[in-house]
Design a protein around this ligand. Structure first.
Ligand SMILES: Nc1ncnc2c1ncn2[C@@H]1O[C@H](COP(=O)(O)OP(=O)(O)OP(=O)(O)O)[C@@H](O)[C@H]1O
Length: 247
């Protein structure tokens, strides 16, 4: 069934297929995935290693072109856009958080948060940056360099950087993969808050059932296909479902 494209569904992928390589080296990473993401929802994508989670995230975010199928992001069918238009849409409507933080070590916390907007030719308002640093609990560390911060604090800077441009969709790829339990909980609370209080649509790939339990819904992938969903997931139910998928 085709999801209906409305303001309330800022992201969906329809019949997504992705094949890497050719001939003998052909790897089908996605085999026809259809999934939609309501506004202000938080979805976790899980599945065994190699099931296609990162590929799905990259296709949905316009970082990679699906071999077949359509992605609609913020009301625009990106599969038909040229690279400059996709880049612009991504810059204006999408935020990213990665496992590895990706902060620039020579810049201060504030400069790191401002960087994507500056690169886009926009001047971030000082008050907006202060506000977002306050949200992530780092208002007093604005002039610190990343090396002076813990891993959890660095990831919170990365979340602030993703949120400052007020994206419609926030993508997170293993955001707690390198964090301890307490820091993971802090980062999950921020993503939860981004959906609940700021109406962002959050899509997160994770291996961690405890992180996934913060989401409204978990979509399970196996071998490039959707293999079930859990709504209002508990960590125990997620872990059990993962066992049945061999993850
Ligand atoms: N750039 C690429 N070139 C060739 N094959 C790729 C490429 N990226 C991914 N693949 C293959 O596509 C399949 C899906 O990979 P993907 O990284 O999406 O899985 P994943 O579920 O995110 O795995 P993991 O949990 O290990 O990160 C795998 O078989 C992988 O080897």
């Amino acid at each position: 069934m085709e999801p209906e494209v409305t303001e309330d569904v800022p992201l969906w992928g329809s019949r997504l297929r992705k094949v890497y390589g050719k001939g003998e080296n052909r790897v089908p990473a996605l085999r026809g995935v259809t999934v939609s993401f309501p506004r202000a929802s938080f979805t976790a994508v899980m599945g065994p290693s190699g099931s296609g989670k990162s590929t799905l995230l990259r296709c949905l975010a316009g970082l990679e072109r699906p071999t077949e199928g359509e992605v609609v992001l913020a009301g625009t069918t990106i599969s038909v856009l040229g690279e400059p238009d996709i880049t612009r849409l991504r810059r204006d409507r999408v935020g990213f958080v990665f496992q590895s933080y990706n902060l620039l070590p020579a810049l201060t916390v504030r400069q790191n948060v401002e960087l994507p907007m500056r690169l886009a030719g926009r001047r971030p308002l000082r008050a907006d940056v202060e506000l977002v640093l306050d949200q992530v609990g780092l208002a007093d560390r604005a002039t610190a360099r990343p090396a002076q911060l813990s891993g959890g604090q660095q990831q919170r800077v990365a979340v602030a950087r993703a949120l400052v441009s007020e994206p419609s969709v926030l993508f997170a790829d293993e955001p707690t993969g390198a964090l301890d339990t307490n820091s993971s909980r802090d980062v999950m609370a921020l993503l939860r808050d981004a959906a609940d209080r700021h109406s962002r649509t959050v899509v997160m790939v994770t291996h961690d059932p405890v992180s996934a339990a913060w989401a409204d819904r978990v979509v399970f992938l196996s071998d490039g296909e959707v293999h079930g969903e859990l709504v209002a997931p508990s960590a125990a139910a997620v872990a059990e479902q993962m066992t049945t998928l061999g993850g």
